[in-house]
Ligand binder design. Structure first.
Ligand SMILES: [Zn+2]
Length: 212
């Protein structure tokens, strides 16, 4: 089996059974390289800094990306005739300012919503493809908290960046500190992280602790 076939198999198993998302069952690599052209195209046509994206659906045994559907913060378990497993979106260069190099506080709050039926979040930023896996189904943020305040995590996230020593996006360590602030939530909420060039397999670079 190729790496992309194994990825598809794991996604199907994990959609059926949350135990397959447990750290002990996470694949070492995930491969979405079959879809790299679509991901890169979405990134490149996002000229004005718009965070374009779409839902990721398992349909008829394969991954399906209903591109006509703009990325939303919330989906039901079935989308466009298939099973919703997560979202893909891009952080393109922003001509008017900062473009987050990693999952931002809104992405994290959205992914962690209690009513999110998905378990993967794909992000293409600065030429890297990141995949967040909700490995622990028992750690989440109540959906109504996120509805009331989508910026729920923003103040704390900014405070972590400040404590690490950065103030402005122009500071030399800012990108690294931004990512470290995001990783705080990966540890806290039992999220796994995969990362790499979208045209190849992605390595698992962070595995949550055995919490359940
Ligand atoms: Zn984002």
């Amino acid at each position: 089996m190729s790496a992309s076939e194994l990825t598809l198999l794991w996604l199907k198993l994990a959609a059926d059974n949350h135990l397959m998302r447990h750290r002990d069952h996470l694949p070492n690599r995930l491969d979405f390289s079959n879809h790299a052209a679509l991901f890169l195209h979405t990134h490149n046509r996002s000229l004005d800094g718009a965070e374009l994206g779409f839902p990721i659906v398992l349909r008829e045994g394969r991954l399906w990306f209903p591109e006509e559907l703009a990325v939303q913060s919330r989906y039901s378990a079935f989308v466009d005739g298939g099973r919703f497993v997560g979202r893909f979106h891009v952080h393109p260069p922003n001509p008017n300012g900062f473009s987050a190099p990693f999952f931002d506080p809104q992405d994290l709050a959205c992914a962690l919503r209690s009513d999110n039926p998905g378990f993967v979040e794909l992000l293409l930023a600065r030429g890297r493809l990141f995949v967040m896996v909700r490995s622990n189904p028992f750690l989440y943020i109540a959906g109504h908290h996120v509805d009331r305040n989508p910026m729920l995590l923003a103040d704390q996230h900014a405070e972590i960046i400040r404590r690490l020593g950065s103030k402005e996006p122009s500071d030399p360590g800012y990108d690294e500190h931004y990512r470290k602030a995001g990783m705080y939530y990966f540890r806290r909420y039992g999220l796994a992280l995969y990362e790499g060039d979208p045209r190849g397999p992605l390595e698992r670079v962070f595995t949550p602790e055995a919490g359940w």
